[in-house]
Design a protein around this ligand. Sequence first.
Ligand SMILES: *[C@@H]1O[C@H](CO)[C@@H](O)[C@H](O)[C@H]1NC(C)=O
Ligand SMILES: *[C@@H]1O[C@H](CO)[C@@H](O)[C@H](O)[C@H]1NC(C)=O
Ligand SMILES: *[C@@H]1O[C@H](CO)[C@@H](O)[C@H](O)[C@H]1NC(C)=O
Length: 298
Amino acid sequence: MRNIIILLLALATKVLSTPVMTRQDLFKQAHREQFCTNLINFNHFYYSMDEPKNITGIPADMSVHWKTGKVFYTLISDEMKMSLQVLHPSGEVETIKVAGLGQSTTVDNLNDIVYLATDNGIYKYKDDGSIELYTALGEDVMYITVSSDGATMYIATWPQNRVHKITNDGQKQETFSAIPNGHGLTIDPRNNIFFAATKTSYILKNGHNVPIKIKGLPSERMSGVFVSRSDEIFAMDENSNLYSIDAENASAKHLGNFNVSGVNTFALDSADNVLIGVKNAILKFVAYEKNPCSDYPK
Ligand SMILES: *[C@@H]1O[C@H](CO)[C@@H](O)[C@H](O)[C@H]1NC(C)=O
Ligand SMILES: *[C@@H]1O[C@H](CO)[C@@H](O)[C@H](O)[C@H]1NC(C)=O
Ligand SMILES: *[C@@H]1O[C@H](CO)[C@@H](O)[C@H](O)[C@H]1NC(C)=O
């Protein structure tokens, strides 16, 4: 009897000293298998898709405030109504209250200012959620983009369909008649202007008068152009093919694909994570510099 007790005690100690497999561990292991098999590798990064953020409607014109990680976008509802939204890093979505009709947003990441384009001018959006009139031009502002030094803004107005350059005191400076409308208006640090016409991406190089169709990108399938925090210029088509753009020779190079269809807008956050807006969701592909599954048996 005594021997049996000692034996049982010895067994119990042995069981306790080996790692216990809990349900949580099993879940992690299963999740890890899924995580590792779905990893996408291109553009010097390994990407894994996070839990999608479900929304109701189509997100458009995404921009990111590097410092806070807040994602700003225009939500087009099923009834084709537009509203400006902010997706907080916590996953919470908030509607930005504007005077009039909110059309789109842009972020001056150098000076931490978020600008709102509305049908009655441009507003500044403050961190506490309040807004302040920046400039009223007497035109309906559809799209805006701001130079990387924050000094110059390019705006597209409706129904005139023209793009103006305005200085940071709100004065109009120059009109770019060669740009048919401001869809997808984006500016790079060298003041080259990118825009889309019939879902085809063009560049109007700084100092030029004639826009050029960017070589190496599909026609009539582009979702837009985005300048990353490290000043790299990216483009994405509707089928989530990612391209890098060389503004100098107006050409693009295909980098890879995220296996997502129906892309309407995309953006990169300050850590080069890729955000993709599709009908009813914002997807986030987390970028890893090193393979997070290098020790995972295939
Ligand atoms: C988001 O939508 C997808 C597909 O419609 C669904 O499978 C998923 O459960 C939803 N997620 C949340 C958090 O509601
Ligand atoms: C554009 O320039 C890049 C390097 O700056 C080069 O790799 C690429 O081949 C060029 N593309 C064309 C079409 O000339
Ligand atoms: C692409 O996504 C579909 C589902 O949307 C999936 O069935 C397919 O396996 C994926 N392909 C790759 C290469 O990951």
